[in-house]
Design a protein around this ligand. Structure first.
Ligand code: GDP
Ligand code: MG
Length: 717
């Protein structure tokens, strides 16, 4: 007989550690809540017929967050044979809140109290016999990290599953509440499984709309709800929550003894006094990040990346392949495809990898030791002011290296609105691949002035802030950022295996995603550029002007006329370059190079600065830069957005918003900039001023919609 056992518990309570210990698998364990969003499955060591599921960490079974929905749907729809409810023994009170709900699911439950090594060290005592009696389920003390007690917990779960004895909550709510629950339970007879009646009844009384969507037939419970609300003078959700807390404090009072020495400050607390200090927090963070970027971009990572780009994919591999191809008398077009298409494309991606490995190594270290959780906490004070959560900061930070892992990192944000907003805005931060574009524009038009790159970061950040403010005022995003309930885990030294695993996971998904898509797109671009109509027939072309790409570029160039990409009839080159940037931002400089007839250009495109200056005014060029910064990112990052949004409508909204914003800002820069630098006044200028006015209105109009919406400020702290 096969048995399914689910691991359920609060974020950071040690589920993944236990999962790895029980199944012998190698999931990444982050000292950063929310790392596990997808559920993961494995076989219990030595028991081929027992499957263990690692569910996302959750604080409750209310559907406030994506994790809660994922975990809850699994528990009520799949009905595992048993649940191991993992409870962080150092944080009993908060953890039991979820336990009270898990007991109601009608599934056999075994409670595993984890982190017992820490509990014992602190001298506190948990009386498990009493606890077991008060909860009505088996309780086992374990340490997932040290491996003590874990097999016992698994065996208890197996026998609970085999005996099929559903855990029945022994605690009762206040009498009136119980009466209401019983009455709703009666109405549910025949529509849900008997064992699940209590869970559904309570959720209906709590007016949980997401549960209603899942039920075939929903009984009318307005009578019970109204009776309770009149009686307690509160809404039912608060009544039930309150009941749970009353029950929990009675358990804590009887089953938990705090040692008299337990109140001393731990080392972690002492570090936090400095690291999260009101005045020191930001400077310390700035220094940490400066070191991370200095090492990963400027020194070690930069050095290895340069070597990969210039030597490995410059002097070693291409000539070797070229001579090999010549030796076998390869056709010219195939040689072009392999060398200019595939090798150049793969090289461009792999060149970034060393730099990224070093960056990921640092980030994994900071994440596993517990510092990233503090960063989110520190940044929350600032981000909250313009409607984002502190957790949005990590994706943006990672996004400054590459948007793909940046967008993926948004997964740690539980609140749906905050996460969507972060996914939409993260790629405004200039990523590594946009830096060459900045260098090119700065070199060709602005005498290499440093303010160009500084302003690029400023534009990115301003776009994030303004988007935050504007979007929060729309119905879609209305409401306060979710309360910051993330817990600050104790600092500890990460294990080498854990850090390397995280680096590998991130790097590999980058190589895989970016590698496939960029490879494909360079081949497509190579084809579009190399083929076309010349001398009346289709084939390989000598003149780029005759290529398919030039035809497409000319066809869409009019769209960009208001942005000033028109000079000397060469506007299509800018359009083509920008479009090739949608495939990969690395392409933009190289595309310009090819369009101006250079087979190869330096990273900042120094060879073509003269050509560029001839076809764009400086104002249009700056607009071009901003357009590339803000518009939809590369295919790989768009793929990440699609995956994280997990919804076609939201994906297109995000892409549309980004492109629209890029277009509008670039238009305003060109039109108003041209006016200010002595250019003419025309229809475009009027449009630009109207757009600026509309923008200011959206930015400063009062929050109207958000007040009328019910805002969820309930925090389970
Ligand atoms: P999850 O979020 O519930 O999956 O928790 P993780 O498995 O990622 O663990 C969170 C942190 O707690 C990690 O840093 C683990 O090393 C640590 N941890 C897990 N179990 C124990 C334990 O029994 N004792 C101690 N001291 N630390 C633990
Ligand atoms: Mg986990």
């Amino acid at each position: 007989m096969s048995i399914k056992i689910a691991l359920a518990g609060n974020p950071n309570c040690g589920k993944t550690t236990l999962f790895n210990a029980l199944t012998g698998s190698n999931q990444f364990v982050g000292n950063w809540p929310g790392v596990t969003v997808e559920k993961k499955e494995g076989k219990l060591k030595g028991h081929k017929d027992v499957t263990i599921m690692d569910l996302p960490g959750i604080y409750s079974l209310s559907p406030y967050t994506l994790e809660e929905v994922v975990a809850r749907n699994y528990l009520i729809n799949e009905m595992p044979d048993a649940i191991i409810n993992i409870v962080d023994g150092t944080n009993l009170e908060r953890n039991l809140y979820l336990s009270t709900q898990i007991m109601e699911l009608g599934i056999p439950v075994v409670m595993a109290i984890n982190m017992m090594d820490l509990v014992q060290k602190s001298g506190n005592k948990i009386h498990i016999d009493k606890l077991s009696k008060k909860l009505g389920c088996e309780v086992v003390e374990i340490s997932a990290l040290k491996g003590t007690g874990i097999m016992k917990a698994a065996e208890k779960a197996i026998s609970a599953a085999q005996s099929k004895k559903k855990t029945v909550p022994v605690h009762e709510f206040a009498q009136d509440v119980e009466v209401a629950i019983k009455s709703v339970e009666d109405k549910l007879t025949g529509t849900v499984a008997d064992a699940q009646k209590r869970f559904f009844a309570i959720k209906l009384i709590e007016k949980d709309e997401k549960i209603v969507e899942q039920m075939k037939s929903v009984p009318d419970v307005s009578y019970e709800v109204k009776a309770l609300e009149d009686k307690f003078d509160d809404d039912t959700e608060s009544i039930i929550t309150n009941e749970r807390y009353v029950y929990i404090s009675s358990i804590i009072g009887q089953c938990y003894t705090k040692s008299s020495t337990g109140k001393k400050l731990t080392t972690s607390d002492k570090i936090d006094r400095i690291v999260t200090n009101r005045w020191l927090a930001l400077p310390i963070f700035a220094v940490v990040m400066w070191i991370v970027y200095y090492v990963s971009v400027s020194t070690v990572g930069g050095f290895v990346t340069d070597w990969t780009n210039d030597v490995l994919f410059g002097e070693i591999i291409p000539p070797a392949i070229e001579s090999a191809l010549e030796a076998v008398h390869c056709a010219a077009w195939l040689q072009g495809l392999i060398l200019d298409g595939i090798v150049a494309g793969v090289g461009a991606v792999l060149g970034f990898v060393p730099q990224m490995l070093v960056l990921f190594l640092f980030l994994a270290f900071l994440e596993s030791c517990g510092y990233m959780a503090r960063v989110a906490f520190i940044m929350d004070r600032i981000f909250r002011k313009f409607g984002l959560s502190g957790k949005s900061f990590i994706p943006m930070l990672i996004g400054s290296g590459c948007g793909v892992p940046g967008v993926m990192a948004s997964r740690t944000i539980e609140n749906d609105r905050d996460r969507k907003m972060t996914i939409m805005t993260t790629t405004f931060v200039p990523c590594g691949a946009k830096l060459p574009i900045i260098a090119m524009i700065a070199g060709a038009f602005f005498d290499n002035s440093g303010w160009v790159s500084t302003s690029a970061y400023f534009v990115g950040i301003a776009a994030i802030i303004c988007s935050g403010i504007i979007l929060k005022k729309t119905k879609m995003f209305a409401g306060e950022p979710a309360p910051f309930v993330m817990e600050l885990p104790a600092y500890h030294w990460p294990t080498v295996g854990n850090v390397l695993r995280s680096v590998w996971e991130r790097a590999w998904s980058f190589i895989k995603k970016a590698g496939t898509i960029i490879l494909l797109s360079t081949i497509v671009l190579w084809f579009l550029m190399g083929f076309g109509w010349e001398g009346g027939s289709f084939g390989m072309v000598e003149e780029l002007n005759n290529s398919i790409l030039a035809k497409i570029g000319s066809a869409i160039a009019w769209i960009f006329t208001p942005l000033g990409w028109t000079n000397a009839g060469e506007g299509w080159k800018m359009a083509v370059a920008a479009v090739s940037g949608l495939i990969a931002k690395e392409n933009v400089v190289a595309t310009f190079g090819m369009l101006f007839g250079f087979a190869e250009v330096a990273e900042d495109g120094a060879e073509i600065w003269g050509n560029l200056a001839a076809v764009m005014t400086p104002v249009a060029a700056y607009g071009f830069l901003v357009f590339n910064l803000l518009c939809a990112p590369c295919f790989a990052a768009m793929g990440a957005i699609k995956r994280e949004m997990n919804n076609a409508k939201w994906f297109w909204f995000a892409i549309g918003y980004q492109c629209g914003l890029a277009y509008v800002v670039a238009l305003c820069i060109y039109q108003i900039g041209t006016l200010l630098t002595g250019g003419g006044f025309g229809l475009g200028t009027v449009v630009a001023f109207v757009l600026v006015a509309a923008f200011l209105y959206l930015l400063f109009r009062p929050y109207k919609e958000s007040n009328s919406l019910k805002v969820n400020t309930k925090s389970i702290a």
